[in-house]
Design a protein. Sequence first.
Lengths: 344, 292
Amino acid sequence: MLAASPRLRAILLRVAQAIPVVMGVVVISFVLTRALPGDPAVYFAGVAADEASIEQTRVAMGLDKPLPVQFAHYVADLLQGDLGQSLSSGRPVATDLANRLPASLELTLTALIIAVVIAVPLGVLAATRPGTWVDHLCRIVVTAGVSLPTFFTGILLIYIFYYILGIAPSPLGRLDFIYLDPDHVTGFYLIDAALMGDWETWWGAAKQLILPAATLALFTLAPIARMTRAAMLTALSSDFVRTARAAGLSNRTVLYGYAFRNALLPVVTTLGMVFSFALGANVLVEKVFAWPGIGSYAVEALVVSDYAAVQGFVLAMALLFVALNLVIDLLYTAIDPRIGFDAK
Amino acid sequence: MSDITPADLPRQKGTLDHILYVLRANPVTLIAFGMFAFLILSALFGPALVPYDPLATNAGNALQPPSWAHWFGTDQIGRDVFSRVIVATRLDLTISVAAVAISFVVGSVLGCIAGYWGGWPDIILNRFLDTIMAFPLFVLAMGIVAALGNSVENIIYATAIINMPFYARLVRAEVNIRRDAGFVRAAKLAGSSDMRVLATQIFPNALPPMMVQVSLNLGWAILNAAGLSFIGLGVSPPTAEWGIMVAEGANFIVSGEWWLAVFPGLWLMFAVFTFNLLGDGLRDIVDPRKRT
C-alpha cells in the first residue's frame, strides 16, 4: 500500500482537477444556450414558431425567471440527464445522443487505433534512421496530414475507391440495406456482429467502416507520428540511453526497454490534443459518409435550427473530451516509470 | 533615441544575414514565401482578372469537364469553377486573417495583464482558458455559431475565440518570465509607468514567437472556416467559398464529376500548406533551436 500511495495520490489529484473544468464547461454551455443577446425562447421554439408557441416555450423552460434561477434549473436538469427536447425528432436530446453515440465511438476509436498502429512505428523508425527514406516519408506524411482538410480527403477516397476502382461500397451509413442490423449489445456493429457469429454482416459493416476510419486516421496520424519521432530523438540522445549503451546492453533492450518506454510519455499526452481534433473532424467525416453518429445528428439539427439538439451535442462532446483527457492522464500516471519505480 | 542607432545597425545587419542564411540553407521557406505572395495576389487582383463572372450561370454549359475555355470545368448550373476558386481566395483569407487578428489582439491584452500583474486576474484567465480548451475546438466553434447566429461575422468570432487561448498562454508565459528582468527594472527606475514598460519593453519580446503562431494559425483558421461552411454554417450558397464549393461538389463525386469538389479542395489544401510551410520557415528564422 505504501508503494502504491504516490501513484494513488497522483490519480486522486488528477480526478479532483477535472471538477472545476466540468463546472466551467457547464457554465459556458449555459451561456451559449441562455444568456446570449436575442430571445432564447424564440431560439428554442424553432423557426416555424408563432407568438403563442414562443410564449409557451418561455414559460415551459422557465425563461421568464431571473438568470441565476434559470442556471439552477439548468444544472438540476443536467444532473437528471435532461438535455431538453429535440424539435426535429420529438425525442429527448439525451436519448437521441445515446442512440447515436456508439456509431461515432466505433468510427473514432477504429480511426485512432489505425493511426496509432501506423504512426508510432513510423515515428520510431524515422527517429532511429534519420535521413533515410523512412524519415523523409515520415516528414511528408506529417506535413501533408496537417494540411489536408478531412472532408476533402474523404471525398477523394470516395472518388478513388468507390467511383474509379469500385471496390468500396456506396458511402451511405454503417451497413448496406441488404444486411440486417446486428442485435444491439454494445452498439458497435463490429463487436455485435462478432458476438452473434454473423461474419457476413461483420464483413459488411467493416467494408462500410474502412473508408471513413481511414479518412479520420490520415488526419490524426500526423501529430502522433511527429510527436513519436521527436520524443524518440530526445530519448535516444539522453544520458540514460548513453549509459545503457556503455553498459553493453543489446540494441533491442536499449531501444524498446529504455528509449521507447520514456518516449511514450509525451506521445500519450499528445493523444489528448489528437482526441480534440478527432472529435471535431468526426463531425465532417460523418457528414461526408452519411454516418449516423452524433456529429451528423448535430449537423442535421443545425440545418433545421434545432438548437437544443446542437447545444446538447456540444455539451456531450465537451464532457466526453474531459473524460477522455482524464483517462489519458490516468494512463500516463500508470505508465510513468518515475512513479513507483522502486516497487517493481 | 539617436544615440542607440549606431549600436542597433550591426545587430539588424546580423538579423538580415541570419534570415538570408536560413533562406539559402532552406529553399523550401523561399518557395513558401513565393506561394504566399501568389495567394495574396490572387486575393487582391483575382476578382478583377478571372475570365468569367463567378456568379454567372449558363444552363446550356453545365457540368462540363476541364477544357481550355474552362480550366477547372463548370458546375451544375454552368458557373466557371476556376473563376469561383480564385475569387473565393479573398473571402477565405479575409475570414482567417480577421479571426487571427482578433485572437492576436485579445490574447495579447489578456496575456499581458495575467503575466505582468499575476494574482486573481491570472487565476481567472487560466481557469477560463482551461475551460475553452476542454471543448473539442471545432465543436465549440459550431456551438458558438449556432448560438450567435449563422453569418460570416460569427464564423470569424467563433474562430477567434477558439484560437485565443494559444495567444493568451504564449504572451502570458513570455511576459511572466521578463517582468523582473534587469531591463524592465531599469525602465521602471527611469520613471516609466507599468503600461509603458509593458508595451515598449516587455511585449515586443513576445512578438517573434507570436509571428510563428500567427502563421501556423492562419492555415488552421482557414481549415476551420472551410469546415464550418462545409457543414452549412456561415457562408450561404451562391457565394464562392472553398468549403461550400467542396460541399456542393461532394454531391457529384459519386457520379464522376470530380472537378467540382477537387479543385476548390486542392486550393484550400494549397493555402493551408503554404501557411504551415511559412510557419515552419519563420520558426527556423526566429528560433533555430526548435528546428525539426
